[in-house]
Design a protein around this ligand. Structure first.
Ligand code: DQA
Length: 147
């Protein structure tokens, strides 16, 4: 099975962006760790990052027929983008929402997520490990679904 790991706005700055909140690992390190972990689970991963809402929507549309699961950290679009939620619902690809920080312990405007309404579940607060937990969750889900 093939998994798309999709990161949204400002996540290209990981490592230098508010390390006290988001940790010191870079996006390249996160993506490498995903590739390693996926290999152990027998999954293929494709990683993609964009700062543009429309590009993220295009990536979700393009995933149809190409990928069996999506791991999405939509960054701040999590809290604003009905369009991203609609895209995920439209393609009907099982998705896991990831956030490095515990969004529920932060400012109230980060407590709501449109992505959650379209995802199997949400993993937040575990830093970069969250992406690996999401891979585990998708591997189990796809196995149980017989995909
Ligand atoms: C984030 C949390 C969002 O609220 C924030 O806008 C981000 C990163 C996280 O991974 O913790 O850009 O998605």
């Amino acid at each position: 099975a093939s998994i798309l790991v999709l990161n949204g706005p400002n996540l290209n700055l990981l490592g230098t962006r508010q390390p006290e909140v988001y940790g010191s690992v870079t996006l390249a390190m996160v993506e490498d760790a995903c590739a390693d972990h996926a290999k152990k689970l027998g999954l293929d991963v494709t990683c993609l990052q964009s700062n543009h809402e429309g590009a993220l929507i295009d990536a979700i549309h393009d995933a149809k027929g190409r990928h069996d699961g999506i791991i999405l950290n939509a960054g701040a679009y999590t809290h604003t983008s009905i369009a991203l939620m609609d895209a995920l619902i439209s393609v009907e690809i099982p998705s896991v929402e990831v956030h490095l920080s515990n969004i529920h312990a932060r400012e109230p405007f980060r407590h709501t997520s449109y992505i959650s309404k379209a995802a199997l579940g949400q993993i937040c607060g575990f830093g970069a490990q969250g992406y690996l937990l999401a891979l585990d969750a998708l591997a189990t889900h796809l196995r149980e679904a017989g995909a």
